[in-house]
Design a protein around this ligand. Structure first.
Ligand code: CA
Length: 217
């Protein structure tokens, strides 16, 4: 769990980001203009800022100038290289060009948090524990044998928990784009995980789409 500040003046985008990052276990604070962002950054302690460039009062660059100690992911509507370079030169850790997919944002967030050592190192769900560093799964403290693909599938479900993931997306994320097998592979592995880890009630089938790991935190 990380403390994340979302700075975006478009309410619907800010809210969408907040909802998605909250579902994946992060605590989010929202700001809708540059001045309040700087105030929050000066008085709070955040692990990450998601910072839009075009903001009222102070723009994203000015916010970054005044509060550059916090790891930052820039949001930009502009795809011009100079904007990206300017942001990165000023110390931003990454940037995303709007419109972006929530899965992409979640992946960037985890990557930055991992680099800055704020990423989750383990995940506990009832009597189940997943250790991301040793890539091991424990049930009541006893290691459960998982194949590398079963483990990766579980980790993807955990890191994107409460989000519906299509079979195609899971196939891309776990097996890679060049994998020849069909989406049936995903179903087979999901069945094995459900059975092996007693997650029949938590790994939900999403009708006509795929799967979702349901966790109430
Ligand atoms: Ca904006």
């Amino acid at each position: 769990m990380a403390e994340i500040l979302i700075v975006e003046d478009e309410f619907s985008i800010n809210e969408l980001i907040r909802r998605n990052l909250s579902l994946t276990g992060h605590r989010c604070t929202q700001a809708f203009d540059g001045i309040s962002a700087v105030t929050l950054l000066e008085n709070g302690s955040f692990d990450l800022v998601i910072l839009d460039i075009m903001l009222p009062k102070l723009d994203g660059y000015q916010v970054l100038e005044r509060a550059s100690k916090t790891p930052t992911i820039f949001l930009t509507a502009k795809s011009e290289l100079t904007d990206k370079l300017k942001g990165l030169a000023m110390g931003a850790d990454d940037y995303l060009t709007k419109p972006f997919q929530m899965l992409e944002l979640a992946a960037r967030v985890e990557a930055v948090l991992r680099r800055t050592k704020k990423a989750e190192t383990e995940f506990v769900l009832g009597d189940l524990k997943c250790d991301f560093e040793s890539r091991q799964v424990f049930r009541n403290g006893i290691a459960v044998e998982c194949t590398p693909k079963e483990y990766e599938l579980l980790e993807v479900l955990i890191r994107n928990r409460n989000i519906a993931l299509s079979r195609e997306k899971l196939l891309d994320m776990v097996w890679g784009y060049d994998f020849d097998g069909g989406t049936r592979t995903v179903d087979v592995h999901i069945q094995r995980l459900r059975h092996k880890l007693h997650l029949e009630n938590q790994i939900r089938t999403v009708y006509k789409l795929g799967y979702r790991l349901e966790v109430h935190e």
